[in-house]
Design a protein around this ligand. Sequence first.
Ligand code: HEC
Ligand SMILES: [Cu+2]
Length: 348
Amino acid sequence: MNLDRRSFRRANQLAVLASAALLLGLAGCQGPFPQSTFSATTELGEDLSGLFWMIFWWGVAVFAVVQVGLIYVMIRFRARPDQPDPAPIHGHTALEIAWTLAPAMIIVFIAVPTIQVIWKEAGTDTANALQVQVIGHQWWWEYRYPEYGIVTANDLHLPQGRPVELQLTSADVIHSFWLPRLAGKRDMILGRTNRLVFTPDSVGEFWGQCAEYCGTSHANMRFRAFVHTAADFDSWVAEQTSAPAAAETLNDLERRGLAAYREVRTPASNSCIACHAIQGISAGVLGPDLNHMGSRSTVAGGTLENTADNLAAWLRDPAAVKPGSLMPNTGLTESEIAGLVAYLHSLR
Ligand code: HEC
Ligand SMILES: [Cu+2]
């Protein structure tokens, strides 16, 4: 009876483990879902999740038919004692036509609505659309608004109710722009421009991220999209197109930061001005534009909230925040870091 008790104990342990796994799984079902395709807030997003559900239910139907057939065959044709082997069948025309036609029909039922959504998006009138060039970099996002002359990074700002046309491309490897609650997903490829057209309907903050493996910090290539009312969007544009404060208006700490920013370091490729742009000071293009760094919600491609501590941690050692970061450790002193944080945060 020893054995029985042992297997009973094992079954008990398995039951505990299974319940723990189930609980853990269910805990994952608790909101909020900033990146869920299922809570779309635009017509394009709803069309896309509609397609998902349609394909899902076709999958459920096929699964059910296959399982019922399987169980029926298993029971009906199971081996019985003293029964001879059944005669093999070669070719059953009716069956073969049926299982060729049925999947073909299902594929047509899936293809027609899918193509309709593709055409609908391609046919959206973009005459009045806000054009935003979105450029993927390892591992951050650059946004250019030619209409306003704005260049910014990682926070995408959009007005409510006006169609936007994102022109997606890459500066290096293939990335994929994924903004699930607004616009689905589209590849970003060097030397090619892909379009994504949608109209943001609701004001709010929406999360996105790169959805195509693009190197060490792919998982840290995130972004936020902010949809504003038309008036709030106009004030954002006004803020972003304003010139940075003149050096004379900076306080001592900020001035120390500006000096550290301007300094030519050794090697020279470690100088901030070699890689970053701030109007009137530098025009580097290897890193994100820092003109209005103080107004951004995150640091380093959506990895950290843009707080003083986080910005300092980033400047102290970028690779510690973001493995593989293409911003080098520039060997700043603590006093330079404090100055730079104050200076960069004063740029609003
Ligand atoms: C060799 C080029 C290079 C140099 C030199 C450099 N950076 Fe960077 N910097 C980058 C790159 C690339 C990124 C984007 C990294 C990422 O998010 O993966 C970046 C990101 C940043 C960010 C975050 C921007 C954002 O929107 O998230 C700040 C702030 C910054 N750098 C400040 C500085 C300062 C200050 C210096 C000088 C002490 C400096 N950088 C020197 C390339 C450089
Ligand atoms: Cu990427």
